[in-house]
Design a protein around this ligand. Structure first.
Ligand code: FMN
Length: 339
């Protein structure tokens, strides 16, 4: 096949391919952002502007995220020092403008917070500073015995309404996988004017240090197995919603990208694999995607999208409960173990 068309439309942004680095420390440096673009990123989601930062609180969620040992390889060289991290709104806006000056790809600014008291209105300033779109990450784990599922959903919807009133650029929401009626809720977000959903936020689980009897924050990076969660839900939603879908969490290889596109994703968001292997991992993934497309005679990403979604696959039940029974039945004990 002579030419392969990797282009995709993500919430109205015309992107050259479906590989988008997700919110991470890689967007903190102009050089690392440029390396991402050179390696093939079709857009860039910036690190988040956290509600807590805007409120000048001492403990920031982001600090917890960043100051863990996140492995080896290239990761350490991208991690910011403490002083770099005292960023408020002004510094975020400056950095956004600098990224826009340097890069040719769209830059998606990221707002991260949970409360309804106005911080999200800063979205307008991000738009004015040149953001091509906004990603709103409501990193919220409901632990209140008296808060209902409706309360939680309304929190998201209200934040979206405020932001929608403030900005004209596309809005994506990065969602938790823990909604009890996810398709209905996504439809509600669509009705309120969201342009895309990023499925899913990855929640970091605290661990217990059994020597010191302490709770310790942990950041375990994802593996490819994590991508199956988004793959299933994207496959179920494909063709039934109008909004764009980004797959986030566990996208490490070309095979992961291929599966997510076949399920129906418009773009794949990459983070851990880029922290581990550097921005150039994008070039390898892109080459792997193109080789697969050539081998399977797909001329475009558009033609691949949703081919194995629930609507189009030969066995739609495999995304639902029947699959659960079949999977349990398929288990065979290792030799020597009784069933
Ligand atoms: C070191 C680190 C920093 C991150 N910073 C942010 C952030 O500022 N805002 C955000 O929404 N997500 C942030 N994330 C989450 C990623 O964007 C991504 O959703 C998550 O890591 C799952 O993708 P992955 O499996 O490719 O790593 C961060 C993740 C890591 C590992």
């Amino acid at each position: 096949m002579s030419s392969i068309d990797l282009s995709t439309n993500y919430m109205g942004l015309k992107l050259a391919n479906p590989l988008v680095p997700s919110s991470s420390p890689l967007s903190r440096g102009i050089d690392s952002a440029r390396r991402l673009e050179d390696a093939g990123a079709s857009a860039l989601v910036m690190y988040s502007l956290f509600e807590e930062e805007l409120r000048n609180e001492e403990k920031m969620t982001a600090r917890f995220l960043i100051h863990q040992t996140i492995g080896h390889g290239e990761a350490e060289s991208f991690l910011p020092f403490d002083s770099h991290f005292q960023q408020g709104l002004d510094q975020y806006l400056e950095h956004l403008a600098a990224l826009k000056n340097t890069l040719n790809i769209p830059v998606i600014a990221s707002l991260n917070g949970i409360s309804l008291n106005g911080w999200v209105e800063n979205g307008r300033l991000l738009e004015e500073a040149g953001a091509d779109a906004l990603e709103l990450n409501v990193y919220y784990l409901d632990t209140d015995l008296y808060e209902t599922n409706m309360d939680v959903e309304n929190r998201y919807l209200e934040l979206l309404r405020v932001l929608r009133r403030r900005v004209d650029i596309p809005i994506a929401m990065k969602l938790s996988p823990y909604f009890s009626a996810l398709p209905y809720f996504i439809k509600e977000l669509e009705n309120e004017g969201v342009d895309a959903v990023a499925l899913f936020n990855r929640f970091y689980q605290p661990d217990i240090d059994i020597d010191n009897l302490q709770i310790i924050p942990q950041l375990h990076l994802s593996t490819s197995a994590d991508a199956l969660l988004a793959m299933r839900w994207i496959a179920i939603l494909y063709g039934r919603v109008r909004l764009s879908m980004a797959a986030t969490g566990g996208v490490h290889t070309a095979a992961d990208v291929i599966k997510l596109l076949l399920a129906g994703a418009d773009v794949t968001h990459l983070c851990a694999t880029l922290l581990l292997h550097g921005p150039e991992q994008l070039t390898r993934i892109k080459a792997g995607l193109m080789a697969w497309m050539e081998q399977h005679e797909y001329a475009s990403v558009k033609a691949m999208k949703g081919r194995l979604s629930q609507q189009f696959c030969a066995d739609p039940e495999s995304f639902e409960r029947t699959n659960y029974i079949a999977v349990l039945d398929s288990y065979s004990s290792p030799p020597g173990m009784r069933r």
